[in-house]
Write a protein that binds this ligand. Sequence first.
Ligand code: NAP
Length: 758
Amino acid sequence: MSSAFRKVAIIGLGLIGGSLAAALRARGLADSIVAGGRSARTLERGLALGLIDAGYQDLAKAVDGADLVFVAVPVSAMADTFAAMAPGLAPGVVITDGGSVKGAVIDAARAQLGAHRSRFVPGHPIAGKEKSGVDAADAALYERHRVILTPTPETDPAATLVVRQMWTRVGAEVLTMRPDEHDRVLAETSHLPHLLAFSLVDTLARQGDSTEIFRYAAGGFRDFTRIASSDPVMWHDIFTENRDAVLAATDLFAAGLARFRDAVAAGDSDALLGVMTRANSARARFLAMNARTSYTHIYAEQAMNTDSQRTGSENAANPVFVVQPGAQLSGQARVPGDKSISHRSIMLGALAEGVTEVEGFLEGEDALATLQTFRDLGVVIEGPHAGRVRIHGVGLQGLQAPSRSLYMGNSGTSMRLLMGLLAGQPFDCELTGDASLSQRPMERVARPLRDMGAAVSTTDSGGKGTPPVRIRGGKALKGIDYDLPVASAQVKSAILLAGLYAEGETRVTEPAPTRDHTERMLAGFGYAVQRDGASVTLSGGGTLRACHLDVPADISSAAFFLVAASIAPGSELLLPHVGINPTRTGVIDILRLMGADITVENERDAGGEPVADLRVRSAPLKGIVIPEHLVPLAIDEFPVLFVAAACADGETILHGAEELRVKESDRIQVMADGLLALGVDAEVYPDGIRIRGAGQGNAAFTGGEIQSHGDHRIAMSFAMAALRASGEIRIHDCANVATSFPGFAELAARAGLQLVVA
Ligand code: NAP
C-alpha cells in the first residue's frame, strides 16, 4: 500500500510539530519526513529520536519537493517562516499550520505565500502539554482530540480535504469554523483562563508573604493554576496576536467579576446563589456534552463525589445486573420521587412567591430538563442534591426572557406544559428538543392555546406540527371553555397553566379521567381550582404561595418492591411515602385480587397529593383474569405484574393492553421472550398475554440471560424474578434504569436482593 504522502516537511520541530511527525511515522503515512528549523540541535534531536529522515536550517530546502508542509512555530514567527520557505514550495503542495491564533496567521500567509496561499489550510490542534520542545513529542498526542480548521473563502476545498484526512488518520476529530469565530471562542475558553491563571499566581507571588500563602494553598489553588506552568513565550504570542478577542473576553469577565463582587459586598444571597447554581449546571452541561453523556450521569457523579456512599451501578456504560437466586426482603425502601410531580414541583415552585423546598425530587433526565429550563428563565434553583431542591420563586410575572432556545431534551412533559406556561409571558421564546422529541406532535397543545389568544407556531414537518415551537410574547390571553378531544393530562395541564395568565375563567373538560397532578399541586400552592365531575376550572390573576413539598415516591417504582416482597417467602417490607393518587393505584388493586398482602398505612396529604406508607408481606398469589377497567390504571406496572403472575398458582390472563407494545420496548413480546428464556409457560396475544404460574413453594424461574432491550422496567422486573429462581439471572443493557429509578441496584440490594452490577 502506498503512503498518504511522499514527503512531509515539518517546519518547527517542537511539541506540536514533533508530535505530528511521530504520529505520521507511527502510522506509516509518509514515505519521508523532514524538518526545517532554526537550531541545528533540535534537528539533530529529531534525527536521534527517529522522528525525521533529514533536517535543514534552510527552510526553502526543507520544503523542496514536499507534498505536505506543516508549520508549527510560534505565531509571531509565522510571517518570517512563511517568507523563508516560500521559494522552495513545489506547485500543488498543501500547506497547513498548528498556530493557536488564526486571524494573525492567515494575514501572514496572505502576505508571504504568494500564489500558494490558496493551498494554505489554517488549522489548530486542540491538544498540548505543559512541556514543550522536540523531546516532548508524542505520537498519541492527537488521538481523540479535536483539530479546528479555519479555511477562508480563498482556500482550495481540495487542500482542506487533504488536511482533514491527514488529521483524521492520526486519530483526531476535525471541526471547521470561521477564523474570527475561532479566535473569539478560543479567547474565551482557553486564552482567558490562561491569562487568569498567570495573573492570579503572579498577583499572589508579589505579596510580601507569598511563601506563607503558597505553603497553605489547598488543592483548589493547584487545580486552578495548573496552566500557569505553560510556556511564557508561546502565551506571550497568543495574547499579543489575538489582542482584540482577548481584550473582549477579559472585559466580559471583568464585568462578571464586578457583579460577583457587588453581590458579596451587598450580601445578596439570591444573586450569589444565582451565579453559582448557574455555573454548576452550565459546567454539568459542558461535561455532558464533552463526554457525550447525559445530565443524569453528571449529577450522579457529582452526588457520588460529595456523598460517601456510591451506588456504582448506573455509571458504567452498559451495566449488567447479576442476581443470585433466593433471599427475603425486609426493612424499609424509600423509592425515588414521582416523575410527573417532580416536573410540576419545579414549575409551580418557580412561579410561586417565596422559596419552595422540595424533597424527594426525581433526579432523572426529564425532570432535570425542566429544572434547567427554569434556570434559563432566570429562576435561581439550588440543587438537586440527594433529591433536595430549593427554588427561589419569582412570582407569576417574574420569569425573564431566555438568552437562547429552551432545550427540553427528550421530555415531552416539559415541552407541552411549558408551552402553556410560556404562552402568557411578555417575551418571545423557542422550545427545542432532541431528535426523538422533535418528531412528536405539539399541535394538540398549540391549537387550544391559540384559541386563548396565544401566538404559538410549531414546525410543519409533514403536517405533524412538531418542535421547534415558537411563542411570541406579549399577547393578552383570555379564558376558554375547552372540551379535550382526547384524554391527555399534558394538554389539560398546558391549558390550565396558560389559564393562570388569562383574563377570566378557563375550564377544561376531559372525556376520560387522566392524571390530575397539576390540579392537585395548584391547590397545594394555594391557587383556587374548582373540580366538578370531568371539568376543572380556574381564573387567571391569582398568586401561588411557596411551600414545602415532599414529592411522593413513585408508585410505578414501588411496584417492583410490592411484587418482590409478595413473591419472596418470609418477606416484609415497608415502602414509605408512596403516592396513592387514585389515577395510579391499579397495581395495588390487581395485586390484591391475586391475593397479595398489602396494607395502606398513615394516609396523608403531600402538596395536594394523597400519600401513604405501604406495607407488603409475602403471600401465596393466585392467577386471575385482569379486569380491563384496571388496565389503564396500571399500564406501566405490567412487566413486574407478569413476574408476579409467573409465581402465582394458576393462569393469569391479560387483554386490552395493546398500548404495551409501543412503550420503550414492545413490552408484551420482550417480557414473553424473557419469561420463556427462564422456563415460564407464556403465550402472547395481540393485546395481552397468558402466563401459567408455578404456584407457592416452587421455583418459578430457571436461571438465565435476559435482554432488556434498554427498557428500564423490563430490567428491574427480571431482577426481582431472581427471588423465585433456581439459578443466577443476568440482565443485559441496564443503563436506562437510571432514567426512571436512580439508585435502584443499591436500594434493592439493601432490601435483601442479591444483586451486583457488572
Ligand atoms: P515548542 O515545543 O516550543 O516548539 C516551537 C518550535 O518553533 C521549535 O521547533 C522552535 O525551534 C521553533 N521556534 C521558536 N521560536 C522561533 C522563531 N522565532 N523562529 C523560528 N522558529 C522558532 O512549541 P509548540 O508547543 O510546539 O508550539 C508550536 C505552535 O503550535 C505554536 O504556534 C503554538 O501556538 C501552537 N500550539 C501549541 C499548543 C501547545 O499546547 N503547546 C497547542 C496547540 C497549538 P527551536 O527548537 O530551535 O527552539
